[in-house]
Write a protein that binds this ligand. Structure first.
Ligand code: ISL
Length: 594
């Protein structure tokens, strides 16, 4: 009898222990570290193209200040501002000649302070661009560095003495020759530049350079800036023995995207990021967002795992790189991309950060074509619905949501016919390269109508007046002629507009933490037209269904999933019962799940 009682008591203890540990493990999985930079929606402003206040054809800080109420009305929480620092503008501000001064065309430091204050007064944070893989060749550091081999700034950059012969090949993304070492006769040496020859790479291996950068970062944070988006931060570390590597060798190690992967794999990269975190980031409540060029899914967590104390989140490139033909020059494969591949990429990247770290979701930015032209369908009959579908995707996925200026109204690619219309160094130098190789450039010009970066850089379309209300002067790049139809003023007055859908979708995300923090589960991975997923947070469950096609689709829900109420849709009427939903072309529906 005694033995039986003991056995019963022991049995009970084992079971209750198991339950407890199951609860605990569930708890630890669903334990959420809430952060403003996780739940805030980011609106990216390309200052050159947002609003010109002085009629010189170039957007500026006072232009942005004049639109603060519009920005607030969007419901966004954070602005990411592309570089506004002093720059000769070889690469539209990504070539900085003074990290602590404002570009004259954009205004003054007083304008900047007013902008920051105006945003903060409206409860909006400001994240700046940090471009420290390279500076401009017009930066004082480089001017000093190139002046003499024994100059105290010599070691701020990478130099290869010419008496050692040709430097080992490195690829430049922008140089007409394609080569990343350029000869400089003053000191009979070559300097390294992964981008244009006016963007020499800084030498992070030199602790003095690192200290100078940290000091500059602290100065901006002390001013009240709320974070940095760190330009090609994955490229900062270099092997200063400069080994000779061939494309073939790199292919064996890295597969495709050889140079990007190689550049993102420099020695001591993570030591530098940890040091930056310790010296600067950890001392402020800021967003540390890395541009993860060349970073793969396998090493992604190394950058943003909280325990490693490096960055908070980053942009991956697998999504936006989908569908290009091999051979470079951003030529899209005519077969394009399939939705199943798209789903697979976003699902795998979701899963990496399911328990640690944090991701981001974007479909367009200043380096990409317009999202509705690339991932939706900008033909008049599908333009609105597909733009809304893409907004829904961005705002219902797990990860910080990024919306590029103009995507709230569905701005489209401009599709230049002539190379003379382009302003971007990337496209212009690729064109020269192709010409030098004697290639017929017509095919490339055609391809760039879909892929070139300038498609995403045309002026904001405020209204249907001359130059879309962007400038009273001559715009630095052509305004899209469709501004007569696609513009803010028209959409603000139309309750059925893309802009008004955007407002509603942002509110839905804000009112439902499940859309930010909830786990993500992909449904029907092989469905060629429907992207459907369930988000779950505790008791709260939402089902997102997106029809990425021009056809009407009857979508049968997987067994065990029953629709509840419709929370949002971009069509007025949704044909739905508990087990299936009929989706019109590019229709989106978000349901609460029963
Ligand atoms: O735009 C690209 C390809 O067309 C990318 O490879 C891009 O060069 C890469 O993502 C790095 O981008 C960043 O650094 C560049 C600058 O031109 C981009 O605008 C910036 O986002 C150099 O600073």
């Amino acid at each position: 009898m005694y033995k039986i009682v003991v056995a019963i008591i022991l049995g009970y203890m084992v079971i209750s222990c198991k339950l407890n540990s199951a609860e605990n493990s569930n708890d630890s999985k669903s334990e959420i570290q809430r952060e403003w930079w996780k739940e805030g929606v980011v609106y990216q402003i390309y200052p050159r193209s947002f609003k010109d206040s002085d009629g010189n054809g170039v957007g500026d800080l006072r232009g942005i200040i004049s639109k603060l109420d519009y920005i607030k009305s969007l419901g966004i929480d954070i602005i990411w501002l592309n570089p506004v620092y002093k720059s000769p503008n070889t690469d539209n501000g990504y070539d900085i000649s003074d990290y602590e001064a404002i570009m004259e065309e954009f205004g003054t430091m007083a304008d900047f302070d007013e902008l920051l204050e105006g945003l903060h007064n409206r409860g909006i944070k400001l994240v700046m661009d940090l471009v420290v893989n390279h500076s401009s060749d017009e930066h004082r550091w480089f001017q000093e560095s190139r002046s003499a081999r024994n100059n105290s700034y010599r070691n701020f950059y990478h130099w290869w003495p010419a008496e050692k012969g040709e430097p080992p090949y490195r690829r430049s993304f922008f140089d007409v020759t394609g080569k990343a070492w350029t000869y400089d006769k003053t000191t009979n040496a070559y300097y390294l530049h992964y981008f244009s020859r006016k963007q020499p790479d800084l030498k992070w291996e030199n602790p003095e350079l690192r200290r100078a950068i940290y000091k500059m970062m602290r100065n901006w944070f002390d001013k009240g800036v709320d974070g940095f988006r760190m330009d090609v931060i994955s490229f900062i570390a270099k092997d200063t023995t400069y080994p000779r590597v061939t494309e073939e060798e790199l292919k064996e190690i890295y597969g495709d995207d050889t140079w990007g992967r190689y550049y993102a794999d420099g020695p001591n990269l993570h030591a530098y990021l940890r040091e930056m975190n310790e010296e600067v980031l950890s001392q402020y409540d800021v967003m540390a967002l890395g541009e993860g060029a060349g970073v793969t899914i396998d090493n992604a967590l190394k950058f943003v795992d909280e325990d490693r104390k490096e960055l908070d989140l980053f942009f991956h490139f697998d999504g936006v790189s989908l569908g290009y033909s091999p051979g470079g020059y951003k030529q899209l494969d005519p077969e394009g991309w399939s939705l199943t591949e798209f789903k697979d990429i976003y699902t795998r990247w979701n899963d990496v950060f399911a328990e640690k770290g944090w991701g981001s979701i974007y479909l367009g930015n200043h380096d990409q074509p317009r999202m509705v032209s690339r991932w939706g369908n900008d033909a008049p009959e599908y333009h609105n619905k597909s733009a809304e579908l893409l907004q829904t995707f961005i705002l219902s996925m797990r990860g910080t949501a990024f919306i590029y200026y103009g995507d709230e109204i569905g701005m489209t690619n401009i599709r230049f016919d002539n190379i003379e219309d382009y302003r971007d160094i990337e496209t212009i130098n690729w064109y020269k390269q192709l010409k030098n190789m004697g290639k017929n450039t017509d095919k490339y010009i055609e391809g760039w109508k879909l892929s070139a970066r300038d498609n995403g850089r045309t002026p904001m379309q405020w209204n249907n007046s001359l130059n879309a209300g962007f400038t009273s002067g001559i715009p630095w790049i052509k305004v899209n002629s469709n501004h007569k139809k696609i513009n803010v003023a028209a959409q603000e007055n139309d309750s059925g507009s893309i802009l008004n859908y955007f407002h509603k979708m942002i509110q839905l995300r804000k009112n439902n933490p499940v859309l930010v923090y909830g786990s993500y589960e992909l449904l029907s991975p092989d469905h060629p037209q429907i992207y459907a997923y369930v988000r779950t947070l505790g008791e709260s469950k939402m089902l997102v269904v997106l029809n990425f096609s021009t056809e009407e689709i009857e979508y049968q829900l997987p067994v065990g999933i029953k629709t509840g109420s419709v929370e949002i849709s971009n069509y007025d009427v949704t044909d739905v019962n508990e087990e299936r939903v009929v989706l019109k072309p590019y229709q989106t529906v978000i349901f609460t799940l029963k």
